[in-house]
Design a protein around this ligand. Structure first.
Ligand code: ADP
Ligand code: MG
Ligand code: ZN
Length: 597
């Protein structure tokens, strides 16, 4: 950059990168230098980002631009680096570099992400390093996000608040302030937040919760304050806090130490800011987390993050849509069947699918092909799956089969039981970390009392999963542990609290509340009675299990057929599900058991 570099406006620079005119970029803490490709004149420029571009690194990567990130100021382009000013600058830089190293450490050597966050660090520690998009646009729209239709629908409303705020204000409606996006990693939460800004055409100020954790006490709080005051000036706009759990963990958990103190101060500042503005000013706060359970309850109070949007892993058709989005920029061979790929990628999140398409394209290029073939996708799937299996998200075919039989077992048994619980959905798309599949039973009306026959029905339904595994595979798995726990608790309550056994209407609650002084409300129970309770609980469970087995043996063919459908479609609901459930036949002994046990 010795030949006189010329100044350039930042927005023009971004345009040039997007038009693939840029050859090489050097990113300094407060200046960006770049050179155009020879065919575009080869001229060098420098530009001052008005605000940090959140995605500069990925933008550069996606356009194949060479870039270097420097955190020193030793070479100068405009010759102002001297004397005391230079000393001050390099002091600032040392702080910057220090924070940057910490970030690199945290990212676990992930150079890409380390560099991404390193961009924001520079002079002015207290200043928020939230990044805005210069034109007020993220360039992302809902069309870029696929397979999460419900989330999009809910966020459409937020777009409307931002784009047509007056409509709501005129009529006196209160616009919500905070929306929390909850879902597993890589499902598109960050992408959705950007899409909301893109759709509404408003600025997007983002920062990541994890950026706060390593700061000195007080700095995080100052940044939050700064972030909100900037947002108010730019309204209507969106503030996005990624990884909210990093600052939003439940407070006062342990012995205070530096890190905790800092986090608590930051969280308190965030709560203060949340209370200090209202959605009608045109600022809407979005946040994302994949660990909602550890968030401080104060964050969820009305007037704070009172809306939650679930961003879940996509089902088969969702995966096909996501593949279509990411295949847009790739030349596909004639034999590529994206729907077939979608069926082979159960459990993949959007980010995994994006990664898959790219792996396949790399594979094709490595083999000097003109287009990506199905064979490339096959190989890429194996690679990605191998990576994911380590994180134990992908089921082996046998596991999937077990889960499918198990869930159908619940549903078929549940279909015969009294109590107006209707099975409405069965899914074997893995959700979260715990559940491999689930069967959704919705009560048709609110119920406050549980009748004895309904209780037996619930026991049999809970054990139907295990029974289906035993009948169809001849083997049982650990997958039923939660069902068994629930069934046991319920059977025990029936005896000890509801008086529904031959022990009669006596409360034998074994784990009643203890008072502070050590006394408890529990009645003294003799060893014989305790043993009798245990016997009775076991008896009810055995009977319920036997009934579940009897039902599934009688409906063996239906169990088989329904499981095959579920394995193919992953989700069963609505008409097709009800049609299956309507075919379940009741064994003759069912009615007597329900009434008399
Ligand atoms: P999260 O914030 O939930 O961890 P991201 O939004 O960061 O996930 O997703 C990372 C990348 O994966 C996105 O930039 C996009 O390329 C891809 N991706 C994830 N989910 C989707 C989706 N639903 N539709 C299209 N692409 C997706
Ligand atoms: Mg994210
Ligand atoms: Zn189960």
């Amino acid at each position: 950059m010795k030949t006189a570099a010329r100044p350039q406006v930042y927005s023009k620079f971004v345009q040039q990168v997007q038009a693939s005119q840029v050859q090489r970029v050097t990113i300094r803490p407060n200046q960006i230098e770049y050179t155009l490709k020879p065919e575009f004149g080869g001229q060098s420029y420098y530009t001052q980002p008005t605000d940090r571009h959140d995605d500069l690194v990925s933008l550069l990567q996606s356009h194949g631009v060479e870039f270097t990130t420097l955190t020193d100021t030793t070479t100068d382009t405009n010759g102002t680096n001297a004397g005391i000013l230079g000393l001050l600058l390099s002091l600032g830089m040392m702080l910057g570099a220090f924070a940057w190293l910490l970030k690199l450490n945290k990212a676990g050597g992930g150079v890409g992400s380390g560099m991404g966050s390193g961009l924001g660090v520079g002079l002015g520690v207290g200043r928020s390093n939230a990044r805005t998009y210069s034109q007020g646009k993220t360039g992302v729209t809902f069309a870029d996000v696929a397979g999460v239709d419900e989330a999009k629908q809910e966020l459409q409303e937020v777009v409307d608040f931002l784009a047509n705020g007056d409509k709501y204000r005129k009529i006196g409606a209160k616009i919500p302030k905070g929306v929390l996006l909850v879902g597993p990693p890589g499902t598109g939460k960050t992408l959705l937040a950007k899409a909301v800004a893109g759709e509404a055409g408003v600025p997007f100020l983002s920062m990541s919760g994890s950026e706060f954790v390593e700061l000195f006490v007080g700095v995080g709080a100052a940044r939050v304050r700064d972030l909100f005051s900037r947002a108010k000036r730019q309204a209507p706009c969106i503030i996005f806090i990624d990884e909210l759990d990093a600052i939003g963990k439940t407070r006062g958990g342990g012995i205070p130490n530096g890190g905790n103190d800092e986090r608590e101060q930051t969280l308190n500042q965030l709560l203060t800011e949340l209370d200090g503005f209202d959605g009608n000013e045109g600022v809407i706060l979005l946040a994302a987390t994949n660990r909602p359970e550890i968030l401080d309850p104060a964050l969820r109070r009305p007037g704070r993050f009172d809306r939650q949007v679930l961003v879940d892993r996509p089902d088969k058709s969702g995966r096909a849509e996501i593949l279509r989005v990411h295949a847009q920029g790739v030349i596909l061979g004639e034999d590529v069947d994206l729907d077939a790929i979608a069926s082979q990628t159960a459990g993949f999140a959007g980010a995994d699918l994006a990664n898959l398409v790219n792996e396949a394209a790399l594979m094709a290029a490595r083999n000097n092909r003109q287009a990506v073939l199905m064979a490339d996708f096959k190989e890429a799937i194996e690679r990605v799956v191998a990576g994911l299996e380590k994180r134990s998200r992908i089921l082996t075919p046998l596991e999937r089969q077990t889960v499918a039989y198990h869930e159908i077992g619940h549903a078929l048994v549940g279909a015969l039981m009294p109590g107006h619980h209707k099975v409405t959905k069965i899914s074997i798309v893995p959700r979260g970390l715990a559940a491999l599949g689930y069967t959704l039973q919705m009560p048709e009306t609110d119920r406050f009392l549980l009748l004895e026959d309904e209780l037996r029905g619930q026991l049999a339904t809970l054990l139907g999963g295990r029974a289906a595994e035993e009948i169809s595979l001849g083997k049982i798995s650990s997958g039923a542990s939660d069902d068994i726990q629930k069934a046991t608790d319920l059977a025990e309550r029936a005896v000890t609290q509801y008086g529904m056994s031959h022990l009669g209407p006596v409360a034998f609650e074994k784990n009643a509340a203890q008072f502070i002084d050590g006394s408890s409300t529990r009645r003294a129970i003799s060893a014989e009675v305790t043993a009798e309770i245990d016997r009775q609980v076991k008896h009810s469970l055995d009977q319920a299990y036997a009934m579940a087995l009897a039902i599934l043996r009688l409906n063996r063919n239906l169990l088989e057929a329904a499981t095959q459908v579920l394995l193919k479609q992953e989700v069963l609901e609505g008409e097709p599900l009800q049609a299956i459930l309507a075919q379940v036949q009741a064994p003759t002994e069912l009615q007597a058991w329900l009434t008399n046990g």
